[in-house]
Design a protein around this ligand. Structure first.
Ligand code: BEZ
Length: 238
């Protein structure tokens, strides 16, 4: 009943909303979110608990991919409702003892938020009482350089995230912004992209005159090539 009241009292942030602001203590010092990340993409993600196996495999994977995300102008911020000393002890244990899929001696350098009051987790709808009232679910918030929420993915406690998909989603959203296109099902950089239906007379005229290089199967389904090199040379930081 208490949990029910809580979810009703706080609407969860949605795609297109400004990311709710908060100040937090992390393993890398205090942060102001999303203000400290202005100009960068940031993935804010929650995990259920320190010293648990699925979370450990996820943290090792994210830490191993941190440079790849950084090259795409994306920073990482983790969160759980554990305290700072638990976080520090867990991350030290991961570095000293755990080996997973060839990864070992992994140091987590991105901030991990302590949220023992569940204040941030509640604000971001990471506590989903049907799944757990005491742990955050595996939430992933993509926040863009202007502090807007651009995508949200939730996973249950038992399901480890797919990091190829998180990276693909990031690159796809950046490509959509940079080239004013959309990305079809299962899109990967290098695949054809969707040209949105013409919204202005200028675009419509260019299409009629065949100036835009694309293939139209019907008025609502047009695609064009977008080479992976063009995507990455535009997106990746030099
Ligand atoms: C895990 O990370 O292994 C885990 C955490 C909470 C519930 C179930 C699994």
């Amino acid at each position: 009943m208490e949990a029910e009241r809580d979810t009703q009292a706080r609407p969860m942030p949605r795609i297109g909303d400004k990311a709710p602001e908060f100040k937090a203590v992390t393993t890398q010092g205090e942060i102001n979110f999303p203000g400290d990340y202005s100009g960068s993409w940031v993935i804010l993600f929650s995990h259920p608990a320190d010293f648990t196996p699925v979370c450990t495999s996820e943290f090792m994977t994210f830490a191993a991919l941190e440079d790849k995300f950084a090259a795409a102008n994306c920073k990482l911020v983790g969160l759980s409702v554990d305290g700072l000393y638990s976080h520090i002890a867990w991350l030290r244990t991961i570095k000293e003892k755990i080996e997973y899929r060839g990864m070992k001696d992994i140091e987590v350098k991105f901030p991990l938020i302590e949220d023992i009051t569940m204040s941030v987790a509640r604000t971001y709808g990471m506590i989903q009482p049907g799944e757990s009232t005491t742990k955050a679910v595996r939430a992933v918030f993509f926040v863009d350089p202007k502090g807007m929420i651009r995508a949200i993915i939730y996973y249950p406690l038992s399901l480890g995230r797919n990091f190829d998909e998180l990276y693909r989603a990031l690159i796809a959203m950046q490509a959509a912004d940079a080239f004013a296109i959309a990305t079809p099902a299962d899109w990967q950089p290098g695949d054809d992209v969707i040209v949105p239906p013409a919204g202005s007379c200028g675009v419509a005229k260019d299409r009629m005159e065949g100036k835009e290089e694309m293939k139209c199967y019907d008025w609502f389904f047009c695609t064009k090539a977008l080479p992976a090199e063009k995507v990455f040379s535009t997106i990746l930081k030099k």
